[in-house]
Design a protein around this ligand. Sequence first.
Ligand code: CMP
Length: 133
Amino acid sequence: MKTLLMIKPDAVAEGRAGEILALVEKNRFAIRRLAKTQFSRERAELFYAVHRERPFYQDLVAYITSGPVVAIEIESDDAVTRIREFIGATNPADARPGTVRYMFGKSLQNNAVHASDAAESAQKELEIAFGAA
Ligand code: CMP
């Protein structure tokens, strides 16, 4: 099964992508595709469409389009669950020590990484992040 792990713009801008990728490799996740890409507003709105009605949606779209992200396609058994355990809770303040968000997250919004929450969203998010081809 495949899933998307995405390093968010501030973490990329601050030079943390290498450290996060090293952790991905240390944990023996297979990287199938890797791309540095900047989301347009349209792509970001599609990507986060599930949050359209939430009060933080506009800020989230502005944040995710603020600079390039690093998209990582991961393949493993149970990839969605395993990657979500690896990154930790959405709010870095709640994330367990050793998780990516514990180490690199700064706030509920600026939480360093995104990972798909289900097989269906993984498929959709991989298409948006890497392009449909
Ligand atoms: P992510 O896993 O990318 O999914 C949605 C993103 O919205 C989340 O990480 C945060 O960056 C951001 N966000 C901002 N406020 C909230 C909130 N109150 N609850 C959940 N996510 C939030």
